[in-house]
Design a protein around this ligand. Sequence first.
Ligand code: PLP
Length: 663
Amino acid sequence: MKLGRVTLVSGIDTGVGKTIVTGMLAHQMRERGQDAITMKLVQTGNVRSSEDLEQHRLLMGGIRFPEDAAGLTAPQIFAYPASAELAARLEGKRVDLRKIVRAVNRCAAAHRHVLIESAGGLFVPLTSRKLTIDLAREQGWPILLVTNGRLGSINHTLAAIDALIVRKIPLAGVIYDWAPDVPPEIDRDTPRAIRRFLRQRGLDVRVENVSRIQIPEPRPPVSSTAAIAYDRSRIWHPYASLKDAPPVRLAQSASGDEIELADGTRLVDAVASWWCVAHGHNHPAITGAIRRQSERLSHVMFGGFTHEPAIRLAHKLADFAPRGLDRVFFADSGSIAVEVAVKMAIQYQHAKGRTRRTRMLSLKGGYHGDTACAMALSDPDGMHTLFAGMMPKHFFAEKPRIPFGGRWHEDAAASIREAVEAHRDEIAGIICESILQAANAMSFYHPAYLRLLRQLADENDFVLVFDEIAAGFHRTGPLWAHQHAETPRHPVTPDVMAVGKALTGGHLTLAATLASGKVADTISNGTPSAFMHGPTYMANPLACAAACASLDLFAQSDYAAKAKTIETSLRRGLEPARRLPNVRDVRVLGAVGVIEVERLPARTEIDRIIDTTGVWLRPFANFIYAMPPLTTSAEHVNRITSAMVGLARCPPGPPPADGGFHE
Ligand SMILES: *Cc1c(COP(=O)(O)O)cnc(C)c1O
């Protein structure tokens, strides 16, 4: 059955079993955990004292219609058993259709499914001007048609279906009951004739016997436990198997730095929901902006249209971006922003007539996303080796060896210089995560690498792309991580920069690729002049509005200071981990704290620590790390570091079968 939120159950005649069908359907749906309520469109015939009413109530599962004191399940009741129009007229009244529609809508707002039993058939008059079918058409209610196997039923049923087709009213299904006193040949012929007719009219609609009504949807969740069991068997989670799926927790709401679960447990979100929740969950300034925007324009294609949120966001981004990066391409996720950056680099070289320059130089130990092009730029020995066969081949220099704060020496540049030397004519651009290699290595490298890459890009006219998707927006302290490499007299500005994650403060998916005038103009002067990319949801207005509100928050207070405060607490709190046997290194930069271990504890230990400390951690590979919202309170940062140290204290677990790259 193709039931709508509201479905009108109508019969081809009175007495065909509408009430039974409505009640059975609702009963079955509720059995399966679906929230269904039934009501009558209008009730005619004074049934208040009759057995009918009792039966009706029983079938309806004892549901009381909210506004009727008598407990009847109809918004309008008339005593005389006739058409609603006549029954009302005999009482000197009119059927109030507005009242009926209001009542239906109120039920629909409170319940997942509303099954309305019509009074009689589709052509029964409700008022002197409107028939039941007219109301159904106006309201867009699909019809579930109830029929039986009596002589004459085929005629009535096909006529009713035809009337629906003519009026473009959807038919949710046809249900027939056996008729007790007709020969079985006739009885059985009814569904056959109906199915044939539907086929001929090109309608894919089910025709079922009442005894075999089946709600076709799989059993939906009825409790948290059932919900989670369902989830684990049917829904893929990031980097997870559907067989022996790892545990998931049922999140219900979130605010500030906490996530609340269905059972009321609250967890401090030490990973800012994958590093994007910068200002805290459900920040009222951002949710308010989304709500206001949704009342005007939720989406419009960006081909041929523009809108105020996109223009405002472009302005704001240009203010935030390094000087000169004032051209913007809006992408729907970080991975796409990276793909766009690479296409820009290649199109730039193409426009300059260097058609052999189609590859990127990237650094090992990096991560740039999960789409094909972004995977191909990520560490070649990391989590994407399975797909090596289909990925474009790029060039890699060795993973930056000299850590942030370490002593720079020129040897560290050798691998990068060699790659450039060997492949100069094939390299379109260089891409790296600035300073923070996050999802692959959880490490901070020396800023001199960025200065070196800038110099090599200048010497060879490579497009230099900084991926600031994880590190941007104060995650490592300054607004952009590459600012660690700058002095007032020596800016290290990329030609293209990808931003994402915290852009909307973790409220909607949006990323952006920012380009310099030089790159944009070169592409625009080439052939093709158009930049060849354009996702369906490009510059979605809701996401742009969220990002504008998020950038306003960044502008309104000192986030560098917030990151510094968190850095101080992380340093102090994680220090004791250094002495633990399973720990290789402890490092902190800005609002990123990492304990690198020999081997992660077993899954059960990780869950035990999460449950006992109330801190949500998501360790991967060899890393127990925190990247909390930048607004996390000092007290909560302390809870986070104790939980991390507690976890580092647990015995190492079994070696992971798959490298453990579950970021
Ligand atoms: C998360 C991330 C991406 C990918 O962003 P998605 O929005 O997950 O596609 C790319 N680069 C870096 C550095 C990231 O951290």
